[in-house]
Design a binder for this molecule. Structure first.
Ligand code: NAD
Length: 737
């Protein structure tokens, strides 16, 4: 039999080597077609008497990334449609679809012949679950081998037997930790957890897998043997009595109850370990069906998987502009940002010239890369040779002539219009006419800066976030005259450095910072109302934000807030900043010299390590304090999320952001907007625009006009629209991809 995605070669010992190698994909993923073929392969190998056992491996560098979640997106739409006609039937269909993989893997496990999974590279989700259903697992010890069940990160959970097999192999505590965080395991760690049997040199992978079969591997899973007991003895033991209450408490602490899928893992494991294996699988299937129907799963899969992938692949790239292979990039300004921009560029294999006012400053910029390389080598993430290669690509310089063959120059000098003007002129004096100039400004509108350029069509904003080497988002800003070529080159560059871009139109603060400052401003309001600072910070965490607003303000620097507020007042008038906010920040900076983490004091105190930072007790004396019992934490949570989401809605209304996928992905990658919501606009769509508008109206009455719903929101509420419906990124009116 022939297959589209697999080849089968049976050797003289009767071992069939099944190699998964999808012809039209760079990575193997499970699709309906792939599962159908696996189903047939099981039947074929069972029926073929010559086959004594099966080794299952991948023909690609990685083993597999797991299921193609776009498949789930299709399933959601199907169910939505069915639900209107036959609600119970729709759920039954979902239940059956959810169990397809589960029972196919079970069929492998029970097929009667030994199967060994030979894991040659990254093995994620459903692929790891398939491997767990094989009777033997051998992994290569290559650095690239990572095993994980990361489903919880996109709002679902390991629903193809993962919650049943992992805790029957590893101890329950490790199993829960791994699945509720979605963290990756090295091959060695997986072996230590009893999740793989052998770890071997890459070239020994297939021979070792075959040898397991030749050694008489039994085609029976441990839980299908009589008298099987889970490691540690299962649920009804003294150790388990200690583990489970703590596990629930830890989960609550880590997720604040915002992630139904994480809780479903706990329930599946706890309940599943008390029943026979097949019943456990059915319990898992039921929870999986429930989770698939949650708004969280729907929104997280859409934003964190589908949209992120689409944006990463250039959904907003203008068609018709040829792809640019960047041969040289210039970075002007080798300070805090420029130095790291040079690093990520060189890490992508692109030669960089790093320019500053003098050689000393430029050289200092390169030392940042040296430090990062040393750190990566120390952690085993990079070899010495790779580190040397990376550093050899960065040339510090004080000579603008070295930019004369650059394809792209990124400016990261002081946030000062005159300094930037001078740099733009100097760069354009040598830069080829066809090359692109990008500014990393965080506050100055691109259109204004482009007035200093002779080629405004080739002028664009490429806004990085700090720390550049960790933050996955890059905001690309179009000035009034920015042309398609500039956008295409900027997006090709962002793709080359493996970050996710969002493309926004020009405005003060662009998209991300507009939202971030709303978040911080709400905390200023709360402080002024006398809400204890600790409640503000905790409410933010309970709402799902990774960092509280006061802590965030300390990170971005309190005096930077002051600068931005003063610039707003100078450019837009007094009314653009609330007087109370200015008073608070002037006091913090000018009177108290509390500038944030950088000077060791801000809203927090920063004692010497290892002591942890703590909220500055003096905050209590700035405003008369409310009794905590009189503060409703739920309302604090709502205020923090609603004020950000409302700002995101404003940016859509103003045409700053034009694609809801970008608002959502930008909010999660840019400032960690409560990921379980799927992002700012999914948060609104998730509760319904009508509900959101009523919530805004209620908050506006109590906490100020900035909560007033906008005309667009009111109109959408009246018409029963959603952001993804009205601004359909796939619809006819959508921007050309
Ligand atoms: P920085 O002060 O650390 O670095 C600026 C660098 O520019 C310095 O090394 C300085 O010597 C150099 N420089 C100044 N004038 C120059 C000139 N005429 N020619 C060449 N080099 C010159 O500042 P930073 O924090 O790296 O910020 C740089 C830019 O990035 C700013 O526009 C800022 O708004 C933007 N930005 C900053 C952050 C952040 O978190 N700090 C985030 C995003 C964007």
């Amino acid at each position: 039999m022939t297959y589209k995605n697999f080849t089968i070669e049976t050797d003289a010992d009767g071992i069939a080597l099944v190699t998964w190698d999808m012809p039209d994909k760079s990575m193997n993923v499970f699709t309906v077609e792939v599962m159908d073929e696996i189903d047939r392969i099981v039947d074929e190998t069972v029926a073929d008497d010559k086959v004594k056992g099966v080794v299952f491996t991948s023909g690609k560098k990685t083993f597999s990334g797991g299921a193609d979640l776009t498949m789930l997106k299709g399933m959601f739409s199907m169910i939505e449609e069915e639900r209107t006609k036959d609600p119970a039937g729709a759920v039954k269909k979902l239940f059956d679809a959810a169990g397809r993989m589960t029972w196919l893997w079970r069929k492998i496990e029970l097929n009667g012949k030994p199967w060994v999974s030979a894991i040659n590279g990254t093995c994620m989700g459903g692929a790891f679950e398939l491997s767990l259903a094989c009777h033997g697992r051998v992994a290569s010890n290559a650095k690239s081998v990572k095993l994980a069940l990361p489903e919880v990160k996109v709002g679902i959970f390991p629903g193809a037997g993962g919650t049943q097999r992992v805790p029957r192999l590893a101890n329950a505590q490790d199993a829960l930790q791994m699945m509720t965080t979605g963290s990756s395991l090295t091959a060695a760690r997986a072996k230590a957890m009893n999740l793989v049997h052998e770890v071997v040199e890459p070239d020994q992978l297939i021979p070792a897998a075959k040898q397991m079969i030749k050694n008489g591997l039994k085609p029976v899973a441990p839980w299908d043997e009589k008298g099987f007991k889970a490691p540690g003895g299962g649920i009804w033991t003294p150790a388990a009595a200690q583990l489970w209450p703590a596990a629930s408490a830890i989960l609550r602490r880590e997720t604040a109850g915002n992630y139904p899928a994480a809780l479903a893992i706990l329930k599946s494991v706890y309940e599943g370990l008390q029943v026979p294996f097949d019943t456990g699988l059915r319990i898992e299937q039921r929870y999986f069906t429930q989770i698939l129907q949650t708004t969280e799963a729907f929104s997280m899969i859409r934003s964190l998987f589908v949209s992120m992938q689409e944006l990463g692949k250039g959904a907003r790239r203008p068609a018709g502009v040829e792809k640019t292979e960047l041969k040289k990039v210039g970075v002007v300004g080798a300070g805090f940002m420029g130095a790291s921009i040079a690093y990520v560029t060189a890490a992508a294999g692109i030669p960089v010239v790093l320019i500053d006012r003098d050689m000393e400053a430029a050289g200092k910029g390169k030392t940042v890369s040296e430090g990062l390389v040393t750190g990566s080598i120390g952690k085993g993430r990079m070899t010495k040779e790779e580190g040397e290669k990376l550093l050899s690509l960065i040339t510090p310089s004080d000579d603008y002539n070295s930019l004369k063959d650059a394809d792209l120059v990124i400016e990261a000098v002081f946030e000062d219009r005159n300094v930037k003007k001078d740099v733009i002129e100097k760069v354009e004096a040598v830069l080829p006419e066809t090359s692109i100039f990008a500014s990393n400004t965080s506050t100055l509108p691109i259109t204004g800066l482009a007035e200093n350029s002779k080629r405004p069509a080739q002028f664009i904003g490429v806004h990085f976030f700090s720390p550049v080497e960790k933050m996955m988002l890059t905001e690309v800003i179009l000035g009034k005259d920015t042309g398609d070529k500039a956008l295409a080159v900027a997006l090709d560059y962002v793709a080359a450095i493996k970050k996710t871009p969002i493309v926004v139109n020009d405005t003060r603060g662009f998209y991300v910072n507009r939202c971030v400052f709303r978040y911080i401003n709400e905390a200023y309001d709360m402080l002024a109302e006398g809400v204890p600072a600790v409640m503000i910070e905790n409410a933010a965490k309970f709402a799902g934000m990774p960092v509280g607003p006061l802590s965030l303000n300390d990170e971005v620097a309190v005096d930077l807030s002051q600068k931005i507020m003063r610039a707003s007042i100078a450019d837009l008038g007094e009314a653009s900043v609330k007087p109370g906010h200015m008073t608070l920040i002037d006091k913090m900076v000018d009177e108290l010299d509390r500038r944030g983490r950088k000077n060791g004091k801000g809203f927090y105190e920063y004692p010497a390590k290892p002591a942890k930072k703590f909220l500055w007790p003096g905050l209590k004396d700035l405003y008369p304090q409310k009794n905590p019992a009189d503060v409703d934490i739920e309302v604090l949570k709502q205020r923090l999320l609603v004020t950000i989401a409302l700002e995101a809605a404003r940016t859509m209304e103003e045409g700053i952001v034009t694609d809801p996928r970008e608002a959502d992905v930008g909010s999660i990658l840019g400032f960690g907007f409560a990921p379980y919501t799927g992002g700012t606009l999914s948060y609104i769509d998730g509760m319904g625009v009508k509900t959101f508008v009523s919530l805004c109206e209620r908050l506006a009455k109590e906490y100020g006009d900035h909560f007033e719903p906008t005309p667009l929101l009111k109109e959408m509420a009246a018409r029963g629209e959603t952001f993804y419906g009205r601004f359909d990124p796939y619809g006819e009116g959508a921007k050309a991809a």
